[in-house]
Design a binder for this molecule. Structure first.
Ligand SMILES: Cc1ncc(COP(=O)(O)O)c(C=O)c1O
Length: 386
């Protein structure tokens, strides 16, 4: 029998994160620093808005673009935050999480063999989704020396005549890096000079600590060449609602909507009503969660550094990305032995790309108390293997 699975799917490895979850799930007393989602439940007012919509009989498909009140709220929200006005009818699309928005952006703009530059370490889906869309991911390595920010000369170095798109994700998963405005301006200059489309995944835009997030599309001349992706999963603790959005120039957005229309139809209806509530009244709850992440961030970064697992200061998202070089182990070995010996789960850095080698991702989207306990266990482990 011939092989039924397409080669492009076959060559994408399964996510390196799941394997550790599967092992951890068979053990008792595991403290997980492996998760990439808020430990908080969705704030009650947002849940209630979803429930109310169900009770009101909102159980049908919506417009392909998403309910108009949500698009209006989103348009206001982006103007308030970034001074960017997107037309709710032609430039905004409500999606099934940023996951779908990312796929739509790539599917709508990538022809077979087009190269998409992707700085890494990065979110596990980026390379895979480029390949699913028929493109070729070209990775650029970032490192702790540059605070895991991507530098424009690095991007320029890998450009060819097939380069079409740059896919960036800051604040970054897994490193917690935030790009400074100046470095983003360098990237913007490059995008202008080489006529690149920039897909900017800003799902963690509201989770920054002591710095300001710069929206890529708000930089001079960038609005017309940027697909801005944003979501509700992280900021409002809404991962299970599966809701996100894309903002882009009308022509690109229409192409994305076409793919969305034929593959998804519309994002979950009740989640759209909940998301509208989040945008209109969710700020206080968001700020409360952000303050708690910040406290945990201080605890984990200081704790890791004092153990000798050197940790660059993450300014965004909810991840620390310490170096584990002091233990002499590979990141895979470290993660596996830490789990077996001390029952702490983290994710090997190489799950996010080759330049994640020598690091592990520790999520601090877990309680302060759990992080304290995890640090005690990590200290014991590091002493034993230092
Ligand atoms: C950088 C990044 N982008 C996108 C996503 C997907 O988010 P969503 O739940 O909106 O699909 C995640 C989830 O972990 C992420 O870390």
């Amino acid at each position: 029998m011939r092989q039924f699975v397409a080669q492009k799917i076959d060559k994408v490895p399964p996510s390196g994160i799941r394997r550790f979850f599967d092992i951890a799930a068979t053990m008792d007393d595991v403290i997980s620093l492996g998760i990439g989602e808020p430990d908080f439940a969705t704030p009650p007012a947002i849940v209630n808005a979803g429930v109310r919509s169900l009770e009101a009989g909102e159980t049908h498909y919506t417009s392909n673009s998403g309910i108009r009140p949500l698009r209006l709220a989103l348009s206001d929200h982006l103007e308030r935050l970034y001074g960017l006005r997107y037309d709710p009818d032609t430039e905004l699309l409500i999606t099934v999480g940023v996951s779908e928005a990312l796929y739509l952006a790539l599917a709508a703009t990538t022809d077979h063999g087009d190269e998409v530059i992707v700085p890494e370490p990065c979110f596990v889906s980026y390379n895979a989704e480029v390949i699913f869309a028929g493109g070729v991911p070209v990775n650029v390595r970032t490192s702790a020396q540059n605070d895991f920010q991507v530098l424009s000369p690095q991007i320029e170095e890998v450009m060819t005549d097939r380069t079409r798109t740059l896919l960036i994700g800051y604040p970054n998963n897994p490193t917690g890096a935030v790009m400074s405005r100046d470095r983003l301006l360098d990237v913007a200059r490059l995008a202008r000079e080489h006529d690149l489309l920039v897909i900017s995944d800003e799902i963690y835009d509201r989770l920054v600590y002591g710095v300001e997030h710069t929206c890529f599309a708000s930089l001079p001349d960038m609005r017309q060449r940027t697909v801005l992706l944003g979501g509700f999963s992280k900021s409002y603790a809404m991962t299970g609602w599966r809701i996100g959005y894309a903002a882009a120039p009308a022509e690109v957005l229409a192409a994305m909507r076409k793919v969305h229309q034929y593959t998804i139809m519309s994002a979950p209806t009740i989640a759209q009503y909940a998301a509208q509530e989040a945008l209109e009244h969710g700020e206080e709850a968001l700020q409360e969660m952000r303050a708690r992440y910040d406290r945990r961030r201080r605890l984990i970064v200081d704790g890791l550094n004092s153990i000798g697992l050197t940790c660059f200061e993450p300014k965004g998202a909810f991840y620390a990305f310490p170096s584990i070089a002091a233990t002499g182990m590979t990141d895979e070995e470290f993660s596996e032995r830490l789990l077996q010996e001390e029952r702490v789960a983290c994710v090997p850095g190489t799950a996010f790309g080759a330049s994640g080698a020598g690091h592990v991702r520790c999520s601090y989207a877990t309680s302060y108390k759990q992080i304290e306990q995890a640090l005690e266990r990590l200290a014991r482990f590091a002493r034993r293997h230092g």
